[in-house]
Design a protein around this ligand. Structure first.
Ligand code: 4AD
Ligand code: MG
Length: 476
């Protein structure tokens, strides 16, 4: 017999055909109705047993969490909410689960509780839905780029450069920490380390993606990135996944068009391919919202939010214009912002949220930030004060992508390296691409978990990655 998933079984016309299903028991009601889930869909299938026909010892093992296989016939369902059910002839217990010890009782558990049970939380409705959506988005990203002639580049995870300056880095070493070799002047003798130099986990694949784009034309990376910042927030992880497209002969305008089209495509893809899971997550969010004070509730239900973003253009404005809007805003005048709003200072999340959620009520692309707090590789504008940077800000999650047109002029790039204390010998290979056949080019980085947060409506980034890594948190 062909093995079908519960998703496939639920889509069949019931005609008394023989079927099998395997999965984990969610509930077993009235010694008669087993609700089973196998992860293929948010829905369970109902398996109906006539308990008189079964050995009591077998049915005793049909408890919440047990792994079971049922064989029987597929018939129209008597119950509401499903088309089919299985009339069971045979039950095989693969793995029992002690009902007294199994942490996932058939009731609502808090997300905080489930974070402690991350090894089991994939079995819940919420996390099943989140991780199916996460998969769909990952697939859609590759599909989007492939269809448009981009090549996926696997940028390295261990790096010898920390030029990006995107955050604190994790050290990679095989030196014996109990007995670190020292040079004569007392510093760590990195020449004795595995690579003969200091190495770290990468914060970004961008610099390598640029090298690739300047040969392959259009590329993207999709890999893990690491930041050792001690920021214990609901939007930061120490290990997260980033997608970094890079396009040769493209400028900031091309970059904005790409990021907008890309993000809208991804949201639309989720709406088209994850309808059941999104409907569940939308109901979940609406339920949660009921318990919250009015000010913290979502202005728009999840599905409406996704449709809105996928159908409406993003607002595009410069950093300088944003500063003007913020300084003329009510919260600024009433001194409600915690952080200063001043030209030359980076925007804080309270400012970004005001722009997106209150002022424009839609996604915003902010461009042309002051060079002083942006990375060395961003192209210097003619005003010599700002760079051709762009951040996309989304409701709920804040900054979802960061990117720029890149500095393609060797002399300007060398000047910027000097200003930012980046030794040329650390980035000689990067500089050489500006020496041999340089051209304008641009790219951006999408924080994958921020995207999954937006699409699923989950409000803590630790709930959209299977096993989150954060300060003092590396279980599983
Ligand atoms: O803005 P960032 O630091 O940009 C870069 O790394 C560039 N190299 C990208 C490029 O131009 N190719 O990071 C990009 C995105 C952010 O907008 C945010 O969505 C996400 O990565 N991000 C994080 N996500 C989770 N946890 C963290 N600690 C994050 N830091 C950044
Ligand atoms: Mg950024």
């Amino acid at each position: 017999m062909e093995r079908l998933t519960i998703k496939e079984l639920l889509a069949l016309e019931p005609a008394g055909q023989s079927v099998e299903a395997r999965g984990w028991v969610r509930t077993f009601r009235s010694k008669r109705f087993i609700a089973m889930s196998d992860g293929s869909t948010i829905h369970t299938i109902q398996a109906v047993v006539d308990f008189e026909k079964f050995d009591e010892s077998v049915l005793r093992s049909v408890t919440t969490g047990a792994a079971v296989e049922v064989k029987g016939t597929l018939v129209p369902s008597q119950g509401a909410g499903q088309n089919v059910e299985i009339q069971v002839d045979e039950v095989v217990i693969h793995g029992t689960s002690s009902p007294d010890e199994y942490p996932l009782q058939p009731k609502k558990h808090s997300l905080e509780f489930l974070r402690e049970k991350a090894h089991l939380r994939m079995r819940t409705n919420t996390f099943g839905a989140v991780f199916r959506v996460r998969h769909a988005l990952s697939y859609a990203i590759h599909h989007y780029f492939h269809e448009r002639g981009f090549f996926n580049i696997h940028s390295p995870i261990i790096t010898g450069s920390d030029a990006e300056g995107a955050g604190e880095m994790f050290r990679v070493t095989t030196l014996d920490l109990e007995n670190v070799p020292k040079t004569e002047d007392g510093t760590v003798d990195v020449a004795q380390d595995f690579f003969g130099k200091e190495t770290k986990l990468t914060v970004s694949g961008q610099l390598e993606a640029e090298l690739a784009a300047l040969g392959l034309g259009k590329v993207y990376t999709f890999g893990p990135t690491f930041r050792a910042e001690n920021s214990n927030t609901s939007r930061h992880l120490a290990e997260f996944w980033m997608i970094e497209p890079e396009v040769a002969f493209a400028d900031l305008k091309d970059n904005m068009d790409l990021v907008e089209d890309f993000l809208q495509y991804l949201v639309r893809f989720a709406l088209d391919h994850c309808a059941d899971d999104l409907a569940f997550l939308a109901r979940r969010e609406a339920d949660e919202d009921k318990a919250k004070p009015a000010a913290e509730r979502q202005a728009m239900p999840l599905i409406d939010r996704l449709k809105f973003v996928s159908q409406n253009g993003f607002e595009r404005l410069t950093y300088t214009e944003a500063i003007d809007i913020l300084r003329n805003s009510k919260p600024f005048k009433k001194k409600k912002f915690k952080f200063p709003v001043e030209w030359g200072k980076d925007l804080q999340s309270e400012h970004e949220r005001y722009l997106v959620e209150k002022h424009f009520e839609k996604p915003v692309i902010l461009t042309d930030y002051p060079a002083s707090f942006k990375a060395f590789y961003m192209r210097l504008n003619d005003d010599a004060k700002t760079v051709a940077a762009m951040d996309v800000l989304f409701p709920g999650v804040g900054e979802i992508t960061g990117g720029s047109q890149r500095e393609e002029r060797l002399d300007v790039l060398q000047r910027r390296c000097k200003e930012m204390n980046i030794p040329e010998e650390h980035v000689w290979w990067y500089l050489e691409t500006r020496k041999f056949g340089t051209c304008k080019h641009a790219g951006f980085g999408l924080g994958f978990e921020r995207l999954v947060m937006f699409v699923t409506g989950m409000t803590n980034i630790r709930d959209v990655i299977p096993f989150p890594r954060a300060p003092l948190n590396c279980e599983f």
